[in-house]
Each structure stands twice: as C-alpha cells, then as structure tokens.
Design a protein around this ligand. Structure first.
Ligand code: UN1
Length: 479
C-alpha cells in the first residue's frame, strides 16, 4: 500500500480519510493516496493562517525571496518527475505536463524577484508641511481554490504572489488532482516557510471549500473554476464583505478571415481547440470562418484532426491525452449528441478511441454548419469539441465573436493589419490573440477576462498585487 499524502495544517502533516488519485489514461493505476480534510481540519487551517499572519506579513524580504526562489529551482530540477505525475493525474500529454511544471517554476522565480521590487509612493500633501506615503500591505488570510485542469500552474500563480506580498494561505486544490498540489506545498514547507503560513486542505468543495467560504476569518478568496461555483464564492464573500477574485468559464472564438495564412489558421485552431484535450478555459470552441476560405479551411482542419494521435498521456508521440474523468467524458459525449440534434454536422471525431488500458479517450470532434445560438456555441463544454460557424464577412465575424456571455480570450487569424487592429480594439475579451492560439499565455503579464468569465483584478505578473495587497495611505505632519 502506498504512503498516505497528508494535509499540512499549522506546520504538521495531518492524516484523514484516504482517497485514491486515479490515472485517466489507465484507471487501474492508483497514483497515490491523499488525505481528505474535514470541516474541522479546515477550521484549524484557517486559525493557523490567522495566527501566522502578523509575523509573516512583517517577515524579511530575503526570507520570502529565498523560500520562493529555492522552490523555483527545485521545480526546475524535478520537472521530468513532476511532469510525469501531472500527466498521470490530469491526462495532458507529457510534453504539456513538463511544460506546465516549467511554467510553475518560472512563476515562483518571477514572484521571488517581486519580493525585492516592492515599492510605494511618497507625495507631498496639499497641506504644507504634511507628507503622504502610499504603501501596499498583505490582505490577511487568503483562501485559494484551484481547478483540476492546471494542477501545478494555477496553484503556483495564486500561492506565489499570496506569499510574497505577505499573506498567509489556506489552499484547497481540486479533489481530482491532489498530487502536484501536495508536491509544491511539501517543497515550500521544506524550504522553510514558518508554520501556519501555508496550509493544505485537500478534499471536497462541499466540505473544505464551503467551510472556507463560510469563515469570516478568510479575508480574501482567489478562485478558478466553473461559473456556477464562482457565483457561490461571490455570494458567500459578499455576505462577510471579503475581497474575492474569480476566473471562470469561456466560450472563446477564433475568427478566420479569407486572407488568413492557412497553415497558421489550422495550427492555431488545432492547438486552441484540442490541445490539453480542450480542457482549458482559454480553449477555442467557436471557430468563426468567412465564406471565401470556409470550405478549404474545414477540409484542412479535418485532415489535421484525423491524424492527431489520441492515447496514453505519457506515451511517446501522443498529441491528445484522455479526458480527465468519467463525468467530464459524459458531459463531452452528451454535448456531441446535443450538437447533432440541434442540426450541426459532425465532420470528424467525437467517437471513443479504443486503447489497451481502460481510460477516457475521445477523438477530437469538429462540427460544421453550426450557428451561434445553438447550445454547443453558447455553453462551455470543456472538452475537445469545437464548431465552425460560417459568416459572410469581417463585420459579421466580429459581431458573432462578441455575441456570448463570456469574455476571456478572443482570437483572429488574418494577414490584414486593418482587421487585426480593429479586432484588438473591438473584441470583447480580456485577452486578444492575433495569429496565435487563444490558449497558452505568458507568465509575466496579467491574465484574465471580461464579462461572465472573470471578476475582480487580473492575476499574474505585477498586476497580481492588485488582488493580493491592500493600499495604505499614511499622512505625517512634519511639525
Ligand atoms: C493558458 O491557456 O495558458 O483554467 C492558461 C484555465 C485558465 C488558464 C489557461 N485559467 O484554463
């Protein structure tokens, strides 16, 4: 029997009900056993974080820099091992898994440096003889709730800024992928974080997440996940007047214009729609194509999809790993049925792929003749399913792209400077991508959306301080 990976509460490893972490490429494989925290454990974690805040928020910058920087270097050194763990627990390919681990290392390195770049402003008051200092300080206890689709990068991009700006943390990773989450907490703990500064409470949203949301001692919550849960985070947070930040769904368009470079269009859409098995909130699922290039584009894209290698996430040559679990697979398959019943035509994929091991393998699916009012064009599927919507011209393409409740990422493939410029200004999305995929973002710049996709300040890069700090204004009379 493998060893139980425990929760970290007030610097102590605490056991609990053991849950198996299962490999979606081979459901016979148990990756490890992870302890499920109770409501009581969660309350203990919040109390520990609260007690640790006064001292951590005044801790030395070299201490913060040192712990984050050592963690970054350990992540880089262990990227193959952690990438393998990530791909086995989540199902993205090994190349994608190692890539994500590398990104987590880069995020820790970036925020380690931010410890040494904290700054404020000093300005003269309008009253002679008075000075004004504007500084930033930690918010307090931050609850961090992360999704299963980026098991290490999203925890990294929330935990690293939370810690470096002087907050203490209660961290609840997605129940499906505790492995990478546990690994980064273990590293940060071993590299010297004082007890109570970072607490890990693995387990169910309905127990651990709810206990965090109900606690008035959690001063801020950073959440990435579904729109439905995001709404619950918002409601519970308003009740106790806490700060919150939400990253939720997407229904991201990619517009392909007549003047597009065909190779760029096919590659960009293939990556956006299907890589990481389409399980990214930045994935593109509405491909809006002008009529002059439509047929040739659909043919080239279908050909590319037919040759995508679907299989075991860690096997050499796999391009598309499995869907994360049985419930998500059912959702994907159900939406494929819905699309057919709505009158869209499935041109390729959508069938289960037979494999030697029991796993959730689905061939990427492409619909054509879809319209923007179909459910497959309006609701987030979160799988390797995309639909092509044919439009007359650029104006109709832009209007269709913007006709959605979401606004995370919006792409265009064109060789026209005029249309690219117009699209950047008029696309209703937090992130606009010209001739690059809608998914796959840089770690040193802000990330986030508009409309129903996001709420609150952006994440990542220097902009992360908007959420993870609060501003203090101090007036001093010289006397
Ligand atoms: C990316 O596309 O590189 O959950 C990042 C998600 C996003 C992260 C996407 N929050 O898919």
């Amino acid at each position: 029997m493998s060893e139980l990976h425990k929760n970290l509460i007030n610097g102590e490893w605490i056991g609990g009900e053991a849950v198996e972490n299962i490999n979606p490429s081979n459901t016979n494989e148990v990756i490890g056993l992870y302890a499920r925290a109770t409501a009581e454990d969660t309350r203990a974690a919040i109390a520990a974080a609260k007690a640790a805040f006064p001292s951590w928020s005044r801790s030395g910058l070299l201490e913060r820099w040192g712990i984050l920087s050592k963690t970054a270097h350990e992540i880089f050194a262990r990227k193959e091992e952690l990438g393998n763990l990530l791909s086995r627990e989540e199902g993205k390919t090994l190349a994608e898994g190692i890539g994500e681990v590398t990104r987590a290392g880069q995020i820790f390195e970036f925020f380690a440096g931010e410890a040494l770049r904290l700054s404020g402003e000093t300005v003269p008051s309008v009253r002679p003889g008075v000075g004004v200092e504007i500084t930033r300080e930690g918010v307090g206890v931050v609850g961090i709730i992360t999704p299963w689709n980026f098991p290490i990068a999203i925890p990294a991009w929330k935990i690293a800024p939370a810690l470096v700006y002087g907050n203490t943390v209660v961290f609840k990773p997605a129940d499906l992928v505790p492995g990478c989450a546990w690994a980064i907490v273990e590293m940060l703990h071993r590299h010297g974080l004082p007890k109570g500064v970072l607490n890990l409470v693995m387990g169910k949203g309905s127990v651990v997440g709810q206990t965090m949301l109900d606690s008035p001692d959690v001063d801020a919550v950073s959440f990435t996940g579904s729109t439905g849960t995001g709404r619950r985070v918002a409601e519970a947070s308003v009740k106790v007047m806490r700060k919150f930040q939400l990253e939720m769904g997407g229904k991201n368009p990619t517009v392909v214009l007549d003047d597009a470079d065909m190779k760029v269009a096919v590659e960009s859409v293939t990556q956006s729609a299907f890589f990481s098995t389409g399980q990214r909130c930045t994935a593109s699922s509405r491909i809006i194509v002008t009529q002059g290039i439509h047929d040739a584009f659909v043919e080239a894209l279908s050909e590319r999809i037919r040759h995508l290698k679907v299989g075991d996430a860690i096997a050499h040559g796999t391009e598309i790993g499995p869907v994360v679990d049985a419930a998500q697979l059912k959702q994907d398959v159900d939406y494929i049925e819905i699309g057919k019943n709505e009158g869209a035509r499935l041109v390729v994929g959508g069938d289960l792929v037979h494999h030697d091991t029991p796993g959730y393998f689905l061939r990427p699916a492409l619909f054509v003749e879809a319209t923007n009012d179909m459910r497959i064009s309006r609701e987030e599927i979160f799988g390797p399913v995309a639909s092509v919507i044919r439009v007359k011209d650029y104006e109709e393409a832009l209007a269709t792209a913007n006709d959605t409740e979401f606004g995370l990422s919006s792409g265009i493939v064109t060789t026209s400077l005029k249309y690219a410029t117009h699209y950047k200004r008029n696309a209703q999305a937090g992130m606009v991508m010209v001739n690059v995929p809608t998914a796959g973002v840089d770690f040193h710049v802000p990330f986030g959306g508009t409309k129903g996709s996001s709420y609150g300040p952006k994440e990542q890069g220097r902009y992360a301080q908007e959420f993870f700090t609060q501003v203090k204004i101090a007036y001093t009379a010289a006397g």
